[in-house]
Design a binder for this molecule. Structure first.
Ligand SMILES: Nc1ncnc2c1ncn2[C@@H]1O[C@H](COP(=O)(O)OP(=O)(O)O)[C@@H](O)[C@H]1O
Ligand SMILES: [Mg+2]
Length: 116
């Protein structure tokens, strides 16, 4: 697990914690069938208002779309939490395994000139 020294407000930390829990449980539950051994890495980095939380494992990987992945309750919870944090979920293959990132990239506010 690697986490930088940034500070977030209470609501944000609670949501980040719930996302970590869901994704680590998913890795434990789905990535290592038949007592396979492996590694789960939790990483959090921030830069100013922007941050990325990622949970990756070196397990079997997400099922292919043709195998019909059924999004469960966990997926819905993660999506709702990510939305509440104004962030996006990115799922990537980690070769081997799965890497899921939750990315909050705050765009600079560009003042729009008003045309009168
Ligand atoms: N780390 C992972 N490695 C492999 N498959 C995964 C992983 N995380 C999720 N999945 C797949 O995605 C599906 C949906 O996950 P989720 O919505 O959390 O539902 P649940 O965990 O209740 O099955 C899982 O059933 C599993 O097939
Ligand atoms: Mg789950």
């Amino acid at each position: 697990m690697s986490v930088d020294a940034s500070v977030t407000d209470g609501n944000t930390s609670v949501s980040l914690g719930l996302i970590v829990t869901e994704l680590v449980i998913n890795a434990l539950k789905h990535a290592f069938p038949e007592n396979r051994s492996g590694k789960i890495v939790v990483d959090y980095r921030s830069h100013g208002p922007n941050w990325t939380l990622s949970i990756s494992d070196n397990g079997v990987g997400m099922p292919a779309p043709s195998e019909g992945v059924k999004p469960g309750l966990g997926t819905n919870i993660i999506e709702a939490l990510a939305k509440s944090l104004d962030s996006e979920i990115k799922v990537a293959s980690a070769n081997p395994g799965t890497a899921i990132s939750v990315v909050h990239a705050q765009l600079a506010v560009v003042p729009v000139a008003r045309i009168v």
